[in-house]
Write a protein that binds this ligand. Structure first.
Ligand code: ADP
Ligand code: MG
Length: 542
């Protein structure tokens, strides 16, 4: 403004305009500069953004490549693993197959060995001994109130078990007692899980022998509660001495054997066989006929005696033999007999294990006297004759009369009957009384008598086996009614199977050891070769 002093207005205006112009120019140049700077900066940023993006994409590519490699490697790994797995699977399959083959071969070998052993047993006249160990049951715990919980627990501990199907192990270590570890070998050992089916499978071949002309006897030995009745008959009905026939799979040897006998008979020419049953109880050294009826037809247990016939066989005169046509008739009879065991006034025992039960099936076979070799070759004739005879023979057998009967009166029939010969084979099924040596102290009256009779009869059985084993000239069969009754089966020509029944709990250790000892001794008995009845079986009928 000092410069403007003294100037004219025009000059001032000119100067102002020039100044404005200059300012404008200056502003423009600043704007241009700023624009340039911004542009430059933007360019730089864009460039760095571009390089960053480039770097990023490169990085991404790198990373995805790595990932891809990893995925590929993993896939390859999985493929390898899969292949390895498949290899393993193939190997496992091969191993499984060869194991199966080995097992099959082993089973076959075992069967062969068993068959050979059986033949050896037969040649030597040995007694077969099988042993069944029952499962632990709820009542094994109930050990009375007076003993401590600890002892109670020990009592129900398992001490006897099947190591394999031929070996029983008894293992026990109690504080204060010498520890026990013993093994016993038998022809067959059943563990606690083996079913009635499994037990019967080993019994069935004996029944084929029965129809081939051998006598057979199967007896269950063991202490009370060890499973004798369960094994021989099946589970008993609650509070009743009959057994239940409802559960087929639970049925024991006696009903199954009967079914099998009738099945085998059904394969033979009709009418050539018939079956009679007797049910006998040996209680306090007396024999009771559980099928006997009085003159009014009422069923009574009538006392019978056992005698030795002139041929040296044991026989029970007047014993009731009922003819049965099928297994259910038989079961009905046996159940009737069993129910009588509790009702009979002279039989005071409340428990079935206090008496011996002997169920006998007598199978009579009709064979032609002078025609043995060609028996039944003329099937039609034989069937006719057999049919005719079958309706007369059972009656005759019961009446014990001569062969002529009112129903067989024609000359042809009479001649046919004369030419016929009967061959009898017998299947004896025995549920022995409990083998435990009940302490005599404190037992009086009927119970004492009962116990001493059981002990005496079972030791008589052991004595008989001992005498046969030592081949003594005199075998004391007549020391007890039981051994006298079973004489022909035990000492004679029967295939004998003793089924030892064992309770697995420690509580029963002493009794189990006693039973296993009995079985071991029985197994060593050699009676000479088991004899076949003079019994021509035609190849056709086999
Ligand atoms: P025993 O006739 O030797 O005195 P039982 O046959 O009456 O003995 O058996 C005693 C109890 O044990 C019964 O209740 C029976 O059902 C049961 N029992 C026995 N053996 C077996 C088994 N193998 N499986 C299941 N229960 C059994
Ligand atoms: Mg019993």
């Amino acid at each position: 403004y000092q410069g403007l002093a003294g100037r004219s207005t025009d000059e001032v205006l000119q100067l102002c305009a020039a100044h404005g112009q200059q300012l404008k120019l200056q502003r423009n140049s600043v704007v241009t500069q700023l624009h340039g700077a911004i542009k430059k900066r933007l360019k730089q940023d864009l460039k760095s953004l571009h390089s960053f993006a480039l770097e990023l994409s490169k990085d991404f590519q790198r990373q995805s490549k790595t990932c891809l490699y990893q995925v590929l490697a993993a896939v390859q790994g999985i493929q390898l693993q899969n292949e390895a797995m498949q290899m393993f699977q193939i190997k496992a399959f091969d191993l499984e197959q060869s194991l199966q083959e080995v097992t099959d071969r082993y089973e076959k070998e075992k069967q062969k060995r068993r068959a050979l052993h059986n033949s050896l047993v037969e040649l030597r006249g040995n007694i077969r001994v099988h042993c069944r160990i029952r499962p632990l049951l709820p009542f094994d715990d109930a050990a009375g109130h007076s003993i401590s919980q600890d002892r109670q627990r020990n009592f129900s501990e398992k001490v006897a078990y099947a190591a394999d199907d031929e070996t029983v192990v008894v293992k026990c270590s109690r504080p204060g007692h010498a520890s026990l570890n013993k093994t016993f070998q038998f022809e067959r050992v059943y563990n606690d899980l083996e079913s009635q089916d499994a037990v019967f499978a080993d019994v069935a071949p004996l029944l084929t022998s029965l129809l081939d002309g051998y006598n057979v006897c199967i007896m269950a030995y063991g202490q009370t509660g060890s499973g004798k009745t369960y094994t021989m008959l099946g589970p008993q009905l609650e509070g009743d001495l009959a057994f239940s026939t409802e559960e087929e799979s639970e049925l024991g040897i006696i009903p199954r054997a009967t079914q099998e006998v009738f099945r085998l008979i059904s394969e033979k020419p009709p009418g050539s066989y018939w079956v009679e049953v007797s049910v006998v109880e040996v209680y306090n050294n007396e024999i009771f006929d559980l099928l006997a009826k009085d003159s009014y037809g009422k069923v009574l247990g009538i006392r019978r005696d056992v005698v030795t016939t002139r041929e040296g066989k044991s026989d029970v005169p007047l014993l009731t033999h009922e003819t049965v046509e099928n297994a259910s008739e038989f079961l009905h009879l046996v159940n009737r007999g069993l129910q009588l065991r509790v009702r009979h006034p002279t039989l005071v025992h409340a428990h079935s294990s206090r008496s011996h039960l002997v169920v006998t099936l007598t199978i009579t076979t009709v064979v032609f006297g002078d025609n043995f070799g060609t028996l039944w070759e003329d099937e039609q004739t034989s069937q006719r004759l057999n049919k005719e005879v079958s309706c007369t023979f059972p009656q005759k057998m019961r009446d014990n009369k001569s062969t002529s009967s009112s129903r067989a009166s024609s000359p042809v029939q009479l001649e046919a009957i004369e030419k016929m010969k009967q061959v009898k084979t017998r299947l004896q099924l025995v549920d022995l009384a409990g083998s435990e040596c009940v302490g005599m102290s404190g037992v009086t009256g009927a119970a004492l008598r009962e116990t001493s009779f059981i002990n005496r009869s079972l030791s008589a059985l052991a004595d008989v086996l001992g005498a046969i084993a030592e081949q003594r000239a005199h075998v004391p069969y007549r020391n007890s009614k039981l051994t006298h009754l079973l004489q022909d089966s035990v000492g004679g020509d029967a295939k004998l199977l003793v089924m030892l029944c064992i309770s697995p709990g420690q509580k029963y250790l002493t009794e189990s050891m006693q039973s296993l000892g009995f079985g071991t001794r029985a197994r060593q008995v050699q009676r000479g070769q088991v004899k076949k009845k003079n019994f021509p079986v035609p190849s056709k009928a086999k």
